[in-house]
Design a protein around this ligand. Structure first.
Ligand code: GCU
Length: 410
């Protein structure tokens, strides 16, 4: 048996002498980990700011052959420096009412709200985003729509809310001033950021929390049952959003990989050095230092999953997505499981190996095979593997809905 980790994982509990109880985790360890992620990884989310306007732009009560009501909302987001608007696309199942509101899937999209659907009534808003988002070729739009089979969720009683990530903040170095970070930080601050200043992932995560603020004002939506989800960089974002904002009832990471669900210390796929070089605007500058000194990084990504506990968490991977390291994503759920167990729930560590309050040893983890494609394994912290490449497809959405039915609705 060989250790498949390149370095020993930092303990879930930090200081080994502290009590490993749910109370200690909740009141001492969680804030400590949030501080570590804020200062070393994603950057600090500033206090303040919020939603200062909500305007209904359009509504179609017979969307998707009468299954849902589609609403487009123009939202004003404000920080201490200025305001900006962004558009939320919301589908509410027509079965939902104020006395029986719908749970909701909340996630950002990559190329504009219109790209998530073939519904021609979804506006392509001029000036909505200057990036390729709303001007991409039809084939690319169709590819995005494939990622949003919203009928699967709606037919099972869930609402679906989405916003273009670039409507919050464009995805590129040097573009922060025009986005969410520009609401809080001056151009000079953004041009020479402090080492713990937030990156684009922090800004998008802030936006997800503001979407939740908006959903909480809609009577047909049950904002206490909001499942935040995301694919790839937006999966990293969903996890960070849920870790910081306890109002998200559950989180789903799809193929989120490096600085998402996968373990840094499972040396496979993308590394800190690769990601900070290609996407320097996503994280706090402090993360760069760990590219050559991983041992010094006080967290690994089982901590991020554990921060969301006891709320349900689901991680999904794809067999051919080596860049996101599917084995490292699965292992991270295994190593995080003892925190779920502290609260009386189970993760992906089989029940006969459960060990609430202790770190899982590599000898235990190495013997757990990566789950075969097809079924969702684990309980309140669960995992599924899909056959195929880096993507999010109908098969994944069916697992998301199964996960939500089992853990959020029951
Ligand atoms: C790149 C990046 C990944 C990221 C992905 C995406 O491949 O290296 O970390 O998850 O883009 O967001 O699509």
């Amino acid at each position: 048996m060989e250790n498949e980790l390149s370095l020993a994982l930092p303990s879930l509990w930090g200081d080994k002498d502290r009590p490993h109880t749910a109370r200690e985790w909740e009141y001492a360890r969680k804030p400590e980990l949030i501080e570590l992620y804020s200062s070393q990884v994603y950057g600090r989310t500033p206090e303040g700011g919020g939603v200062t306007g909500i305007e209904v732009m359009s509504r179609n009560g017979r969307a998707l052959n009468g299954l849902a009501t589609m609403t487009q909302l123009r939202i004003t987001l404000s920080g201490p420096r200025k305001s900006k608007t962004a558009v939320l696309l919301l589908y509410t199942p027509n079965s939902a009412t104020a006395s029986s509101p719908a749970p909701v899937f909340v996630g950002l999209n990559f190329m504009g709200n219109h790209s998530t659907t073939s519904d021609p009534t979804i506006e392509v808003i001029p000036g909505f985003a200057s990036a390729a988002g709303w001007e991409t070729a039809a084939a690319e739009r169709a590819a995005q729509a494939r990622r949003w089979p919203v009928g699967i969720a709606l037919e099972r009683g869930y609402a679906v809310a989405t916003m273009h990530c670039a409507d919050l903040e464009e995805d590129g170095p040097g573009l922060a001033a025009g986005g969410v970070r520009g609401l809080f930080n001056s151009e000079a601050e953004l041009a020479s950021p402090t080492p713990d200043m937030w990156g684009a992932i922090g800004a998008w995560a802030w936006g997800l929390s503001r979407i939740l603020d908006v959903l909480a004002t809609i009577p047909e939506i049950d904002a206490t049952a909001a499942i935040v989800h995301g694919h790839s960089r937006l999966g990293k974002t969903a996890l960070w959003a849920a870790a910081q904002d306890p109002r998200f009832a559950a989180a789903i990471s799809n193929n989120s990989g490096c600085v998402g669900a996968s373990l840094f210390r499972h040396a496979s796929g993308e590394t800190i050095s690769m990601i900070t070089e290609t996407f320097p605007h996503w994280f706090a500058k402090n993360l760069n230092a760990y590219a050559d000194d991983l041992e010094a990084l006080p967290v690994d990504q089982h901590h991020l999953l554990a921060l969301i506990a006891p709320r349900p968490v689901h991680v999904s991977s794809a067999t051919l997505d080596a860049h996101a390291d599917p084995r490292g994503e699965f292992l991270s759920t295994v190593y995080a499981s003892p925190v779920m167990e502290l609260y009386g729930y189970h993760g992906t560590l089989p029940r006969d190996k459960a060990q609430a309050g202790s770190d899982v040893s590599w000898q235990t983890a190495v013997e757990l095979p990566t789950p075969e494609p097809g079924s969702r394994v684990g309980e309140r912290l669960s995992f599924h593997m899909r056959e195929g490449v880096h993507d999010v497809l109908a098969e994944d959405w069916r697992h998301f809905a199964d996960f939500a039915d089992a853990n959020v609705l029951s």
